[in-house]
Design a binder for this molecule. Sequence first.
Ligand SMILES: Cc1ncc(COP(=O)(O)O)c(C=O)c1O
Length: 363
Amino acid sequence: MTSTIGQRAGLDAIPAYRQGAAPKSVDGLAPFKLSSNENPYPPLPSVVEAVAGAVSGIHLYPSMSADSLAAAIAERWGITAANIAFGAGSVEVASQIIHAVTNPGDQVMFAWRSFEAYPILATVAGAEPQPVPLAPDGGHDLQAMADAVTPRTRAIFVCNPNNPTGAVLSASAVEQFLEAVPSDVLVVIDEAYLHFNDHPETAVGVDLFRKHSNVVVLHTFSKAYGLAGLRLGYAIGAPELVSALRKVAVPFAVTALAQEAGLASLKAEKELQERIDVLIRERQRVYSGLLDAGLPVRPSGANFLWLDSGIHTGDLARLFEDNAISVRVFPAEGIRVSVGTAEANSRVLAIARQAARLLLRQH
Ligand SMILES: Cc1ncc(COP(=O)(O)O)c(C=O)c1O
């Protein structure tokens, strides 16, 4: 039966967020999901224990202020709890930011292509997305972004490293950008992949936040900390902005289980760092192997790599699919491959060698 309930005008024009695809099952091959930039490692035993300990309290609402976790994050970054706003994943915090700073018709700028949720969140909030094309090397074109600011631009998302291209922004480039942007425009530094970013000259969100009152930083527990399934992210911002974010947040969206897991993860950072170091080494191994195979891969500061495969994207995507690996496919544009376990990554390299032969045949 067709619903007779009316929908809000314009909803048809908003694309639904696409979740990373599951791998196809192929006889004799273990499947690997490399389509969502997830951490391939299971949670640490200490994190599982903390979550299990909190389960007996799930008949109660969680703390909305998440005091213990806020105190731990404040100590970790040398800030105060008044600088921290939580959400069910950093994507929810990004949504809070847009709701808190835009009026209907205001503009939200971001590089494009970047995190696919930005235009969706902006449109859902009643704002107008303002995409600015990436530079040819897959990095933000910060000059073009500064030039594109209008009196209606209220927030600018800067994704460092950029999803899906992996490009890293230098501290000097972002400083220069912040000088050029009006101080009443909020600049959101989205650092979802911060822990994988070992670039020596990278911009560091917290440093920028300390110097510029219009900077807010987004962090997540989904990637390096491996808590994607529990949904925990936060903003680091000025207390006035943080108060506004708390007003527009969905009440109780951050569960007690997520809070306990976050706390336990901060306590286990040394152990988690060992895993991060392995993933960074694996990223380098895959990057070198893809380059050696002759594929158009970009340097990356994140836990994924971008293949600039253009018109060959469909053929390449099929090869991954037929080898039981799911990747993020952007038709006629490119493919984003997450860094997984060594076994998954070795299969990616084998596919790359096959792909190189296929692409050579086509030329
Ligand atoms: C750049 C970027 N920001 C934010 C997020 C949101 O992550 P989460 O909501 O799991 O914290 C993602 C997830 O893929 C991302 O790539």
